[in-house]
Write a protein that binds this ligand. Structure first.
Ligand SMILES: Cc1cc2nc3c(=O)[nH]c(=O)nc-3n(C[C@H](O)[C@H](O)[C@H](O)COP(=O)(O)O)c2cc1C
Length: 178
């Protein structure tokens, strides 16, 4: 193979091509892989609520802040905001069915799911790789999503398992390079 074989002949899509940008946005961004978490909370009626999120990120070490972006149409988001607290369940490999079920709006997401209540009331899903309890520290609307920033109040890492990974619309697991 020569270097000529490696030249990408596709044309860049610039911001003046709104239709092109919209059509290629998901495809381009799908190449960025993420971990998978389920954001959970106890809503104002004492009911468990939650949604699958790939946009989770660490933000600050001092103070300890994390965050995620939720679509403005999410039915979970207002319930989380109303409580002022949430937990991050970092999913482990093998929890892809859980991730799929918490991504389905309008369903009983907790049916058949084993969980315990954290000190902040939010469900901790059994088998998760880590749990991070947070108090909401900031909230901003950005485009068609909303940034929720949480200040970490407690952390548990129950087992050193491998994480669940999402890449190009598929759930994957980590594998060694050699
Ligand atoms: C791997 C994966 C990652 C996702 N990441 C996000 C995300 O970061 N933000 C978001 O709003 N939705 C995300 N979703 C979609 C939500 O989980 C989905 O819209 C969910 O049904 C919202 O539920 P709700 O309407 O009950 O809140 C993701 C889905 C999957 C499968």
């Amino acid at each position: 193979m020569t270097t000529d074989d490696l030249v990408d002949t596709r044309h860049p899509i610039d911001a003046t091509d709104a239709v092109g940008i919209a059509g290629s946005f998901r495809e381009a961004l799908s190449h960025f892989c993420s971990g998978v978490v389920v954001i959970t909370a106890e809503d104002a009626d004492g009911e468990p609520t939650g949604m699958t999120v790939g946009s989770f990120t660490s933000i600050s070490l001092d103070p300890p802040l994390v965050g995620f972006f939720a679509g403005s149409s999410s039915t979970t988001l207002p319930r989380v905001l109303a409580t002022g607290r949430f937990s991050v369940n970092v999913l482990a490999e093998g929890q892809d069915l859980l991730a799929r079920s918490f991504a389905r709006s309008g369903t009983d997401k907790f049916a058949g799911v084993s969980w315990t209540r954290s000190a902040n009331g939010a469900p901790r899903l059994d088998g998760a790789h880590a749990w991070i309890d947070c108090d909401i520290d900031d909230h901003r609307v950005i485009g068609d999503h909303e940034l929720v920033v949480g200040r970490v109040s407690a952390l548990i890492v129950p087992a050193p398992t491998d994480p669940l990974v999402f890449h190009r619309s598929m759930f994957r697991t980590l594998g060694p390079l050699s």
